[in-house]
Design a protein around this ligand. Structure first.
Ligand SMILES: NC(=O)c1ccc[n+]([C@@H]2O[C@H](COP(=O)([O-])OP(=O)(O)OC[C@H]3O[C@@H](n4cnc5c(N)ncnc54)[C@H](O)[C@@H]3O)[C@@H](O)[C@H]2O)c1
Length: 645
C-alpha cells in the first residue's frame, strides 16, 4: 500500500483545493465529477481539467489525478503530472502501456478497473444480431423512405440473407470470461456452440478453473474444423506471438461460406486484406470489428458496405461498469485522504465472479429451482414470482436443516455445490496480478487472541514509484476514519434496544450498534453461528454456518464498521484478516475485500430485540436473518473496546 498525502504531498499541493483541502483533478475524463465531489466532501476538492485548460495549473497542484490512460495522454499533459501525485487510471484500455509510461515518467499509478465480460458478450450478441437481422439497414431505410413506400416490398432486397439465430452454429476462438458469457447467451438463443482454445483443457482438468464452458458447448480440436463448421465466428483470444494473424488468408479458406465474423479482440488477429477480399466476393456474409486499424478499413466504401459494422472500441463499456469503476476510485481516494493509504485492491476479484454468473445452463437452472423450492418448503406463498424472490432471499440465510458445517458458501445464487466448486479464482496470467498476490505482512492480533490471516487475494496493479506496504489499514476503512473525524455524528443505523438476545451476556449489552463493536451472528433457528471459513488453504473466505461454534470462536466474531453519511454498515471478519462480508456476483456470501464498497454494505432491518435482517445494498435479495449478539463495545469513557463478559 502507498502512503497517502499526509506523508507525501507537499503542503502547497495539499492546500491547492482551497479551504486547506487537497485537490483531486479529473484529467481529460469525468467532465462532471459531482459524484466524486460529493463523496469526498470535507476531505478534498474535485475539479475537472480538460486538455484545453492545462495552463490553469490545476494538474500540477493536485494531490490525486484521475485519468483513463496515461500512455494515451498528450505529452503536454503528461509533463504536468508530478511524482508525488496519486494517479488513478480508470478502466485503462492498455494497462501494460500505462504502467510502462508511469515507470518511464517516474509517476505513481494505480489501475482501477472492473470486469467487462458481460459487456463484451452483450456487444458480440448485438453485432451478430445486427448482422443477421440487418436492423441498422432496415431502420435507416424506414426512416428515410416515404410512408407510402410500403414496408416489405421496397425493403425486400435489404432482407435478402437475413437469418434466424435458432439452429446456427457459433464458433468461439479463445476461452475467456467474455467468451463464456457469450456461449451462455448463444445457447439461450438456441444456437449450437463450438469453441477452440489449445490452452483450455476442458472442465475438471483446466489450467484456468475459473473458466468453465457450458457442458453443451463442444470443443474443436483444430481451428480449421471450427471455421468450417461455424455460421458465426467470434474471436476472444489474447494477442500473442502464436495468435497474431491467427485468422490468416490460408485459414480463411476453411471458413464456411456465408459465415459472419465478429472480432472484439485485437485487430492483429485477422488478416484484414484477406477478410476484405472474402467480404467482397461474398464468401463471408458480414463482419463486425470493435476497433479497426489500418488503411484498408479507412476507405469510404468499407463504411458503405451494409454487411460491415465497425465500432469505436466500445465493446466493453456500460454505464454500470463505469459507475463500478468510479465507486472503486472513490473508495481508494477516501482511503488515501482519510487514512493516508491507498488500498491494494484496485482491480477486484469481481473480475472473475462476474463471469461466473453467465455459466448456468438449463440443467443448472433446473437444479437451482428445485433447490429453491426445497428451501422454501412450508412457507405460504401465493404468487410464483414472489415465491422465487422469497426463496432467493432464504438462500442467503443459514441452512437450518443442516446445522453442521456445510462446507459451502452461503449464496442467493442458483448454484449447486458441485458446480460452484468448479469455479475458483481465475488463474491470473497478467504479470502485475501475479505480483499483487505476494504474501502480505503479518496482521496484528486482537484481544481475543485470534490469528488473522495475512493472505491477500485482492488484485492491484501498481507502477512507477515504490509501493509502501502497511498493515495499518486492515481495519481502517475510509469510513472508519471519517467516523473518527466526525466523532460526534451518530450513525444513522444506530438502534436503541433492550437486547433480549438468545444467549445472555454477562452484563447488559450496549443499547446501540456502533462503529468498532464486535458481534456474533446467531442463526435464525438459533442452532448455530455464522462463521468465516476458508475454502481450502489460499482458496478464499466465505460465510458458513456451524452448529458447534461459540461466540468466543474468532471465526464467529465480526467487527462492525459504519459507512458514514449512508445508513449502511460492514462486517469485517477477524479470521479473514479484516475482509468485509460481501455478496459476490455469484451471489455467494464471501469475504474478498478490505475496501468498503457497495457490495460490502448492509442495512439492518428490524429490531435487535429479535431476529433481524441484514440486507445487502448491491443485491437486496441477499438477506441474512440473524440474532446479533454484541460481544465487545467501545467504552464511551475512554474509547477502548472491551469484551462485555
Ligand atoms: N473490445 C474490447 O473492449 C476489449 C476489452 C477487453 C479485452 N479485449 C481483447 O480481448 C482479448 C482477450 O483479452 P483477455 O484479457 O480476455 O485475455 P485472456 O488472456 O484472459 O484470454 C485469452 C484467451 O485466449 C486463449 N488463447 C491463447 N492462445 C490461443 C490460441 N492460439 N488459440 C485460441 N485461443 C488462444 C487463452 O487460452 C485465453 O483463454 C485481447 O485481445 C484484448 O485486447 C477487448
Amino acid at each position: 500500500m502507498l502512503r497517502g498525502p499526509a506523508h507525501s504531498v507537499p503542503a502547497t499541493a495539499a492546500a491547492a483545493g482551497g479551504g486547506g483541502q487537497p485537490l483531486v483533478v479529473t484529467l481529460n475524463c469525468l467532465e462532471d465529477p459531482s459524484v466524486e465531489r460529493d463523496a469526498l466532501a470535507g476531505a478534498a476538492a474535485v475539479e475537472h481539467a480538460p486538455l484545453s485548460a492545462l495552463a490553469s495549473g490545476h494538474v500540477e497542484a493536485a494531490a490525486a489525478v484521475l485519468l483513463t490512460s496515461l500512455a494515451f495522454l498528450p505529452r503536454a499533459a503528461q509533463r504536468r503530472l508530478r511524482p508525488w501525485q496519486l494517479l488513478l487510471c480508470l478502466g485503462s484500455p492498455d494497462r501494460a502501456a500505462d504502467a510502462a509510461a508511469a515507470a518511464e515518467l517516474g509517476l505513481r499509478l494505480v489501475h482501477v478497473d472492473a470486469n467487462r465480460a458481460e459487456e463484451i458478450a452483450d456487444t458480440v450478441m448485438a453485432l451478430f444480431l445486427g448482422l443477421l437481422r440487418r436492423t441498422h439497414l432496415l431502420s435507416g431505410h424506414a426512416s428515410s423512405s416515404t410512408p407510402s413506400a410500403g414496408w416489405l416490398g421496397s425493403v425486400q432486397p435489404l432482407c435478402r440473407g437475413m437469418r434466424r439465430c435458432r439452429g446456427l452454429v457459433l464458433g468461439i476462438v479463445g476461452v475467456n470470461a467474455a467468451a463464456r458469457c457469450l456461449a451462455t447467451r448463444s445457447l439461450a438463443f438456441r444456437m449450437s456452440v463450438l469453441y477452440f482454445d489449445p490452452l483450455y483443457e476442458g472442465a475438471g482438468k483446466t489450467k484456468r478453473p475459473s473458466i468453465v464452458f457450458p457442458s453443451s458447448a463442444r470443443r474443436m480440436d483444430t481451428l480449421n474444423d471450427l471455421l468450417a463448421a461455424s455460421d458465426l465466428v467470434s474471436l476472444h483470444c489474447a494477442l500473442t506471438n502464436d495468435t497474431t494473424n491467427i485468422i490468416s488468408a490460408e485459414r480463411l479458406q476453411h471458413i464456411k461460406p456465408g459465415a459472419f465474423i465478429v472480432n472484439t479482440s485485437s485487430c492483429q488477429l485477422i488478416d484484414d486484406c484477406a477478410l476484405k477480399q472474402l467480404l467482397l466476393d461474398g464468401t463471408i456474409a458480414g463482419c463486425a470489428l470493435d476497433g479497426a486499424e489500418g488503411p484498408q478499413w479507412m476507405e469510404a466504401w468499407v463504411h458503405e458496405m451494409p454487411n460491415v459494422l465497425i465500432l469505436p472500441r466500445s465493446a466493453d463499456y456500460s454505464e454500470e461498469v463505469w459507475m463500478e469503476i468510479r465507486e472503486k476510485a472513490i473508495t481508494i481516494l477516501q482511503s488515501f485522504f482519510f487514512d493516508g493509504i491507498v488500498p491494494n485492491n484496485a482491480i477486484s476479484d469481481e473480475d472473475e465472479a462476474i463471469s461466473d454468473v453467465g455459466c448456468e445452463d438449463d440443467q443448472l437452472y433446473k437444479q437451482a429451482n428445485e433447490h429453491s423450492l426445497r428451501v422454501c418448503d412450508g412457507e405460504q406463498q401465493t404468487d410464483e414470482s414472489q415465491l422465487t424472490l422469497e426463496c432467493d432471499k432464504r438462500r442467503a440465510i443459514s441452512k437450518p436443516e443442516v446445522p453442521e458445517a456445510s462446507g459451502q458458501s452461503q449464496s442467493i445464487g442458483l448454484r449447486s455445490e458441485g458446480r460452484r466448486s468448479r469455479f475458483g479464482k481465475k488463474g491470473k496470467k497478467r504479470p502485475a496480478r501475479r505480483r499483487s498476490q505476494q504474501k502480505m505482512d503479518e496482521l496484528s492480533t486482537v484481544e481475543s487472541g485470534s490469528n488473522y490471516s495475512s493472505r491477500r487475494d485482492d488484485d492491484t496493479v501498481m507502477s512507477g514509484r515504490d509501493q509502501v506496504l502497511s498493515s495499518s489499514s486492515r481495519f481502517a476503512s475510509p469510513e472508519e476514519s471519517k467516523n473518527k473525524l466526525r466523532s460526534s455524528a451518530e450513525s444513522p443505523m444506530e438502534i436503541i434496544s433492550e437486547h433480549k438476545l438468545p444467549a445472555g451476556l454477562g452484563r447488559k449489552p450496549p443499547e446501540r450498534l456502533k462503529d468498532g463493536f464486535v458481534v456474533a451472528l446467531r442463526t435464525r433457528d438459533n442452532l448455530g453461528f455464522h462463521v468465516s471459513r476458508e475454502r481450502v488453504a489460499g482458496g478464499g473466505w466465505y460465510l458458513d454456518v456451524v452448529s458447534n461454534a461459540t461466540k468466543r470462536d474468532p471465526a464467529s466474531q465480526f467487527l462492525i464498521t459504519f459507512k458514514n453519511k449512508v445508513d449502511t454498515m460492514g462486517l469485517r471478519s477477524f479470521v479473514a484478516g479484516g475482509k468485509l462480508l460481501q455478496v459476490n456476483k455469484k451471489a455467494e456470501l464471501v469475504f474478498a475485500s478490505h475496501a468498503f464498497d457497495i457490495w460490502e454494505s448492509w442495512t439492518l432491518e428490524g429490531s435487535l430485540l429479535e431476529c433481524c435482517k441484514l440486507v445487502n445494498h448491491r443485491n437486496p435479495l441477499a438477506v441474512l436473518e440473524v440474532y446479533i449478539e454484541i460481544l465487545a463495545a467501545v467504552s464511551e469513557e475512554d474509547g477502548v473496546t472491551r469484551w462485555l463478559d
